[in-house]
Design a protein around this ligand. Structure first.
Ligand code: NOJ
Length: 562
């Protein structure tokens, strides 16, 4: 047996890799384009680390674990919502945009987190949720108490119903979480009255962005956090803020047709306005859009030079060369045309984790997985594809987003009982869809500790599976072949080899099921076929599985020095 190279070496990147001036806005040459090649790590605060032991992650927990992220070699963190919220959609239902929910701590905890992250050369961006508020937001409460046609109602989208006595919703739009996108209110006199629009849960009423008051309020919110040192925002549902005039019915004629609440041209004026505001601040604060606009080429409109900095590429969630190549080419072409970097992503808090998903078709996993789902692959069978995908993604030029636990190769947790489920999708579809809890389970830090080191005791807001013991970070740290060490090596090499600021050129001479490209002096191969593929000559720099006999086995990716 000839072994050409071990897999990932267990070395952590040097902390001195980044110049000290990188985050100091007062220097003459701050790293203006940091976001173009940044590796950004998504923290889901509920599930990252719990400092006070109540079973819910918190900001002090994040601060206490930043050292592990510095060792991973990331450039920035993105915090999912930690604002005051009744938590009906895990914080994407905001009741006070300028405060921290007591579940997660205080504004002082936020300040301490930012200070500690900056001291470690890690930037901090946070979710901003401008499409809708919580129904407990004072504005919505005031709207409920006020009369139809009042200024209070004009901040949201209240409309009269259709049909006899207004008993039918104003249009046929559906909530993304299932059921109608409208809920009827009881007016002050006790009669059934108007309906309000909610593209998500009924506890998430949509703002009316034709109302200047909404614009002013969000400018205030942006400044509030920028003044506290935040480095930018991930803008939730960025494509849906503006709805088509008259809120017309929507019956799609094909899959690519955008609904009347997505991608309206006027939405871009909002982001131009925000960009001007962010540009007043030193140190390149950024906006990244969640805008799942189709076709992809239209998504480039979100990242024109005077708009947002980034918008997520389609999630790289199929292990199949042809669609992956289309997705990569499509993104590079679209975003290059406007001078924007691509923001690659293989997982987030809304989708089935790659270490499970990549063995399943979209139809098999859309809507989530649970105890009654059949055909879920065994962990050791599905992990190799997730490792291969990580190496493919981290070899692409541009910026990369990682979702917490991805670097540990965590699988989707499918054994959560119905009684423990929290995602509104599960309830709005009456259990037909399991929803997203399976990718949100508190992550494991220490193999032998209670709650696997998530918190000081056993408490965990979603039950943790037994496989966490084996996958805990402390175990992986000392295992040179662990997924954690593969990510560490890939993130470090990505920068030192210049893959992040390179360009790709597809290579001929490989079977169609093999993705093969060159990025600078590095050849990257990802084998999505069921056959072994001979390797080209050159030194193996990193591989997602051991390389033997000069061949690339199925479900494996490799970087070779050409
Ligand atoms: C997208 C977020 O990623 C998701 O978690 C949330 O439920 C919806 N937007 C609604 O805010």
């Amino acid at each position: 047996m000839t072994s050409r190279s071990p897999i990932a070496p267990a070395s952590a990147p040097e902390s001195g890799d980044l110049p000290a001036s990188r985050l100091d806005p007062s220097t003459a040459t701050p790293n203006a384009d940091w976001w173009r090649t940044a590796t950004i790590y998504q923290i889901y605060p509920r599930s990252f680390a719990d400092a006070n032991g109540d079973g819910m992650g918190d900001l002090a927990g994040v601060t206490s674990r930043l050292g592990a992220l510095q060792e991973l070699g990331i450039d920035a963190i993105w915090l999912s919502p930690f604002y005051t919220s009744p938590q009906r959609d895990a914080g994407y239902d905001v009741a006070d945009y300028c405060d921290v929910d007591p579940l997660f701590g205080t504004l002082a905890d936020f300040d301490a987190l930012v200070a500690e992250a900056h001291a470690r050369d890690i930037r901090v961006i946070a979710d901003l949720v401008p499409n809708h508020s919580s129904s407990e937001h004072p504005w919505f409460q005031a709207a409920l108490a006020a009369a139809p046609d009042s200024p209070e109602r004009a901040r949201y989208l209240f409309r009269e119903g259709r049909g006899e006595g207004g008993s039918e919703p104003p249009n046929n739009w559906r909530s993304h979480f299932g059921g109608p996108a409208w809920t009827r209110v009881v007016e002050a006199d006790g009669t059934l009255g108007q309906w309000y629009l909610h593209l998500f849960d009924s506890s998430q009423p949509d703002f009316d962005w034709t109302n200047e008051e909404v614009h002013d309020e969000f400018r205030r919110i942006l400044r509030f956090w920028l003044d506290r040192g935040l480095d930018g925002f991930r803008v939730d549902v960025a494509s849906s803020l503006v709805k088509a005039e008259g809120l017309p019915d929507f019956t799609p004629s094909d899959d690519d047709e955008m609904p009347p609440y997505d991608g309206r041209p006027a939405v871009h004026d909002i982001f131009r306005d925000w960009r001007r505001l962010l540009d007043e601040y030193p140190g390149e604060r950024i906006l990244v859009a969640e805008a799942w606009i189709k076709p992809l080429v239209r998504r480039a409109d979100w990242v024109r030079p005077d708009e947002m900095h980034q918008t997520f590429n389609d999630v790289l969630d199929v292990w199949d060369a042809a669609p992956l190549r289309d997705s990569i080419d499509g993104a590079l072409t679209a975003f290059d045309a406007v001078g924007a970097p691509t923001a690659w992503v293989a997982s987030n808090h809304d989708g089935v984790r790659p270490a499970t998903a990549l063995m399943l078709t979209r139809a098999e996993r859309d809507g989530g997985l649970g105890p009654r789902t059949t055909g879920i692959p065994a962990y050791d069978v599905s992990l190799p594809r997730a490792r291969g995908m990580a190496m493919l993604m981290l070899a692409l030029p541009g910026s990369v987003y990682l979702y917490q636990g991805e670097e540990l190769g965590l699988p989707e947790v499918t054994e959560i009982p119905d009684s423990a489920r929290q995602d509104p999708t599960f309830f709005r579809t009456e259990g037909e869809q399991y929803g997203r809890d399976g990718c949100r389970v508190p992550i494991p830090w220490e193999s032998a500790a209670p709650s696997y080191g998530f918190g000081p005791g056993d408490a965990s807001w979603l039950p943790q599976p037994a496989i966490w013991r084996r996958l805990a970070r402390d175990r992986q740290e000392t295992d040179p072949e662990s997924t954690l060490n593969l990510y560490r090596a890939a993130i470090s090499l990505r920068r030192s080899l210049g893959l992040d600021r390179g360009a790709i050129e597809w290579l001929d001479g490989y079977p169609p099921e093999v993705l093969a490209f060159r990025n600078g002096d590095t050849i990257v191969l990802a084998n999505t076929s069921t056959e072994e593929v001979p390797l080209p000559t050159g030194e193996v720099l990193l591989a997602s599985a051991p390389i033997e006999h000069n061949v690339l086995t199925p479900d494996t990716a490799v970087w070779i020095h050409a």
